[in-house]
Ligand binder design. Structure first.
Ligand SMILES: Cc1ncc(COP(=O)(O)O)c(C=O)c1O
Length: 438
């Protein structure tokens, strides 16, 4: 090893040691003080390894996608058993690319303006938005209280000859009934996109969510099952779709297997007006730039090693909370479809009582430092953003309206330890004792 490299490695070791010390000092010890420390609904779980991975990548100072991207995509594809993973800067970007790919003139089943995509009312904005952004019409079906997923019995009612795809989010970690959805899609020749942003490592019939349909999307935002700060991915088995997705992510530039090591002959093998053109500026799609940084992939690589433990804790926390709250007939507790094995994102409760309101309970919990959220949009068709845009609504969306008015969730993530969960349970009991007495 030359002296220069030796010195480099020595300096790195010193920096990494300092990061370890810094982690111990600033980030590690977080004492839980009941009533004072916030019990968040989600959050980042990390140690010095993620911090070192990020800094190591910064020291390299290439910054944009390189070897960590390649390593992450390989590992993620292996984990899911898919052929291709494309890293993007958010789950929302993943959804945008997945829908935009269906509109690409490179796609053999290209969707036309006004074609329809079925998606549920109880939804996250950026699962729905790409449908509208791409000149397609969302067909909104009802969701279910309890699973919070699209009601697959509604699919048949929703179908029209213009329907070409289903955007199926596995809401809050709970798998959709993928056998029903895939059978229906096959029967009607529909494309399925699974928004798996909340549901990494959730399974249906033993198969991982995100791997049933043509494309699955993931979010690595700080609140999700693994995090990179911000980040996301699209996975697919299809070579055709992968090439379109990558091109769309990278400005719409023609797909190349390896942009960093493009052989000269290949680079100039494209033609415009019959003349050779540089592939670096040869555009085959109406694209975006939705790339993350390599340091995000570096953090993600460390997180992936921890995923199975994270999943175990999510399941343990779910079971404990479920057991504690199942005595209350006033609560409709979350449930998974028969064949599902969820890695729960959160614990959603729908109130079925007039003894107290959702606002009363949420206010009480928040005052006790227990963070709550409403389940995303409730009925998304009611939100101001969508006024005046084409949307076909199927039925009266009764269950989604019920969710919008009566549901909320608390956290289950691995940052909630036994002491915190005991505290959450104690506060639920306290509230119920007070309100059932009246
Ligand atoms: C179902 C669903 N889809 C998409 C997203 C967007 O993910 P991101 O925040 O990475 O853009 C979220 C975010 O929480 C989500 O819950």
């Amino acid at each position: 090893m030359d002296g220069h490299k030796l010195k480099e490695d020595q300096l790195k070791e010193e920096i990494f040691q300092k990061i370890k010390d810094f982690y111990e000092l600033k980030h590690k010890h977080q004492e839980f003080i009941p009533g004072k420390t916030k019990v968040n609904y989600a959050g980042r779980i990390y140690d010095e390894r993620e911090m070192i991975a990020a800094v190591d990548s910064i020291l390299d100072f290439w910054l944009t996608l390189k070897d960590k991207d390649e390593a992450f995509c390989k590992k993620f594809s292996e984990l899911l058993g898919v052929r291709h993973t494309l890293l993007v800067n958010s789950g929302s970007s993943g959804n945008l690319l997945a829908v935009a790919a269906l509109r690409s003139n490179q796609f053999s089943r290209q969707l036309k303006q006004g074609d329809e995509i079925i998606t549920p009312a109880m939804n996250f904005s950026t699962a729905l938005n790409p449908i509208i952004q791409n000149g397609l019409t969302p067909v909104i079906i009802d969701s279910e209280v309890g699973t919070y997923n699209l009601n697959s019995n509604e699919l048949e009612k929703a179908y029209s000859p213009k329907t070409k795809a289903i955007m199926a989010p596995h809401i809050l970690g709970n798998p959709c009934e993928m056998d029903v959805i895939m059978d229906f899609a096959q029967d009607k020749n529909l494309i399925v996109i699974e928004d798996t942003c909340d549901a990494l490592d959730s399974r249906y019939g033993g198969k991982l969510c995100g791997t049933f349909g043509e494309m699955g999307t993931y979010s690595f935002y700080a609140a999700h099952h693994i995090f990179m700060g911000e980040g996301g991915a699209v996975v697919t088995q299809s070579e055709e779709l992968f090439k379109i997705l990558k091109s769309l992510r990278d400005w719409g530039r023609v797909y190349n297997h390896d942009d960093l090591k493009l052989p000269f002959d290949e680079r100039f093998s494209y033609k415009l007006d019959g003349k050779t053109y540089d592939s670096r500026y040869f555009f085959t799609n109406i694209g975006y730039n939705l790339k993350p940084l390599d340091l995000q992939a570096a953090i993600g690589l460390v997180q992936l090693d921890k995923l199975s433990r994270f999943t175990e804790i999510r399941k343990e926390n779910f079971n404990k909370l479920y057991k504690a709250l199942s005595q209350y007939g006033e609560f409709i507790l979350p449930h998974a479809p028969k064949k599902a094995d969820p890695s729960w994102f959160a614990f959603t409760i729908t109130l079925d009582t007039d003894k107290f309101s959702r606002f009363d309970l949420v206010k009480f919990l928040e005052e006790k430092q227990i963070q709550t959220r409403y389940p995303f949009a409730g009925n998304i068709s009611k939100h101001p953003a969508y006024k005046g845009f084409p949307m076909r609504i199927v039925g009266n969306l009764e269950q989604s309206n019920r969710i919008m008015d009566n549901s909320f969730f608390v956290g289950l993530f691995p940052g909630i330890n036994d002491a915190m969960l005991d505290y959450v349970i104690e506060k639920f009991h306290e509230f119920m004792a007070e309100h059932l007495r009246r």
